[in-house]
Design a binder for this molecule. Structure first.
Ligand SMILES: [Zn+2]
Length: 634
């Protein structure tokens, strides 16, 4: 933000609103971005810096979680105990921390974004024991169905001090599976299963946003040791390093598993027949131990009959580091037999192209479930008859590795920094998989038409609207399609090299932290050396939509002048199509830069040497709400 923000401050200080006449850009185009009062306060405190970097006073809290859980299917009760050491790196004294009990969303009376069948409902999370710094305390939550509950501390947690918490709890796993739950009577997907401290941050304090099963999550970067105890003949797949494969797997299976970690070829680690013959795990009740550090969450899948495939792929050319790709699935799911191939391709492509940052984890496990949902190192996807769609979903969910997990995004408040980027990468990898035309058609149908084809005021709410204030219908387009179109328009505007510079600067500065939208906007401005506020303002802070039309066409020197009206007010790229009198046609690409000085009207000269019969506008994936005004003759 070094260029624009200071320039505008200087201008207003001398009472000079309009830009100097030498500048092609009016002052309104580089006006500072709207900033909520709590965000402004963070900048004043120096936790965030106006150039987009973390500020000199930036801090974040973290925890060390030591968790043991027991799942004994077909018994639905999951029992857990955990020790948490929580470090308060903030300058604030913390008195009543917020504890997230996310699975309370299943409790009757919980606030939910949609209706819930009986199979979804459970009695929620039951806290059996709470110990604070070795002192038992009473849990006062009772039947409260909230997913965010306060814990009264016997003594406040001072700045730069730590707190030790022990929880024992149990809950019944939901019979209906969504982001978690029973996949079948002996296959469970365990997610959000442990009490955790909410994020306490520098701009909003405790995260008290209720989990309603619509908006997503916001997590500290913690260290985890998790022990999952299951009956004999159950395999557990999960986030983190499996610490004791030799304790839980039989030698032949262990050998195949170990081999897969360096293999490009798909290895069937455990077949359906071996699972049925109970020849995969050691014969007793087994405890599978997983460890991960500096990661937002841990998730597990367990089954007594799922097939296990694995291979690996080089994700970092400089170090030749490999990441493992694993799949756990019901043998009947035909598409999942290809899943290692899709997963290897996704890790490879994302690491080497967009975002072009080596896949940051040691593995990715694609689980056959019902969700289409991402977790650190895990993906829970439905099976589809159309393998093109199976691959598409896997690529989208694996792309989430970067946003939200690597980047620590507050998904529940700023979903567009999570889904918007995943949707952008989904389109870019899809353009390679399917060709640009097919990927574009799918993108329009799946990601854009719901917004552009729906004139409801909900659809045109500014993307910056807090995601927790959006109804489910407004959430979808503001989280996915609209921001993806903005990021892709930015790529077209900047060109790939400069776009990469901005994106990588943002990722370098903020991975492992908690960036907010202004950190992203300011970093792109700073790293590309351009004040892009004229672009950010309409795309993220306005009620604009996409509608352009031709205002006029006239002969001009060697070419033609085309006036384009921007009725919807979004700075999109487009192609001007010249249809010549001789029956041929030609496309003239225009980046969003045509809107830089005037968002409402652009005057473009195209070097069309032949006589033009008519001129049309093609907006590609940036679908035009009204294309009836997109063609005109001189
Ligand atoms: Zn997503």
């Amino acid at each position: 933000m070094r260029i624009g923000f200071l320039a505008v401050v200087a201008l207003s200080a001398i009472g000079c609103a309009p830009a100097p006449s030498t500048s092609p850009v009016p002052a309104s185009a580089v006006a500072p971005l709207y900033m909520p009062r709590d965000i402004r306060a963070a900048y004043r405190k120096g936790t965030r810096s106006p150039d987009g970097r973390p500020g000199p006073n930036y801090w974040q809290n973290r925890g060390r979680y030591n968790i043991s859980i027991t799942a004994l299917p077909p018994d639905r009760t999951i029992r857990g105990s955990e020790d948490i050491v929580y470090f308060n790196n903030s300058p604030d004294t913390l008195r009543n921390p917020v504890i997230k009990l996310l699975l309370n969303v299943h409790r009757p009376g919980a606030t939910r974004g949609g209706g819930s069948p009986a199979e979804y409902l459970t009695t929620g999370v039951h806290i059996d024991t709470v110990i604070v710094n070795r002192q038992p305390v009473q849990w006062t939550g009772g039947d409260n169905p909230s997913t965010s509950q306060r814990l009264r501390l016997p003594a406040p947690l001072l700045p730069h001090d730590s707190l030790r918490l022990t929880f024992k709890w149990h809950y019944d796993i939901s019979r209906q599976s969504g982001r978690e739950g029973m996949l079948d009577s002996t296959t469970y997907y365990l997610a959000y299963f442990y009490p955790r401290l909410a994020v306490f941050d520098d701009y909003a304090g405790w995260d008290t946003i209720e989990f309603t099963d619509v908006q997503e999550f916001y997590s500290d970067f913690n260290d985890y040791d998790v022990a999952v105890t299951v009956p004999a003949n159950y395999v557990v797949w999960g986030t983190g390093t499996l610490l004791n494969p030799d304790e839980v797997l039989r030698p032949a299976i262990l050998q195949r598993y170990t081999q897969s970690l360096t293999s490009d070829q798909v290895i069937n680690v455990a077949s359906r027949a071996e699972m049925a013959a109970k020849s995969v795990t050691k014969p007793a009740r087994n405890t599978w131990r997983f460890r991960a550090t500096n990661i937002p969450d841990m998730t597990f899948n367990l089954s007594d009959h799922y097939v296990w495939d694995a291979a690996s792929v080089v994700v970092d050319d400089a170090t030749q580091r490999r990441a493992s790709v694993q799949a756990s699935y019901s043998d009947a799911a035909a598409d999942f037999h290809n899943m290692i191939r899709y997963g290897r391709h996704a890790l490879d492509w994302l690491s080497h192209n967009w975002p072009g940052v080596p896949y940051p984890y040691e593995k990715s496990t694609i689980v056959h479930g019902f969700a289409g949902m991402e977790y650190p190192m895990m993906v829970n996807d439905e099976s589809y008859p159309d393998t093109v769609f199976s691959r598409f979903v896997a690529e989208h969910e694996i792309a989430h590795t970067y946003f939200p997990f690597y980047m620590g995004i507050n998904e529940s408040r700023y979903a567009f920094m999570d889904e918007g980027w995943a949707t952008t990468f989904e389109y870019l990898i899809g353009s390679v998989d399917l060709g640009k035309e097919r990927a574009g058609e799918a993108f329009k149908q799946f990601r854009v038409n719901g917004w552009i084809g729906n004139p409801s005021s909900l659809e045109d709410l500014p993307i910056i609207t807090p995601a927790d204030a959006l109804s489910p219908s407004a959430y979808g387009d503001n989280a996915y399609g609209k921001p993806a179109l903005a990021y892709l328009a930015l790529k077209d505007l900047l060109g790939d090299a400069s776009f990469r510079t901005g994106l990588h600067a943002f990722m370098d500065r903020w991975h492992g932290k908690h960036p907010i939208p202004w950190d992203m906007f300011n970093t792109f401005n700073d790293a590309t050396g351009q004040n892009l506020n004229w672009f950010w303002n309409p795309w993220f802070f306005s009620n604009g939509y996409i509608d352009v039309g031709i205002g006029g066409v006239s002969k001009s020197g060697d070419g033609y002048n085309v006036v384009i009206d921007n009725i919807g007010g979004m700075p999109i790229p487009l192609d001007i199509e010249a249809r010549y009198a001789d029956g041929t046609n030609q496309l003239f690409h225009q980046t969003p830069a045509i809107w830089r000085s005037d968002l409402r009207r652009a005057s473009v000269t195209i070097p069309a040497r032949k006589t033009i019969q008519s001129v049309g506008l093609q907006t590609g994936i940036w679908m035009d709400a009204d294309s009836t005004n997109n063609r005109r003759s001189p």
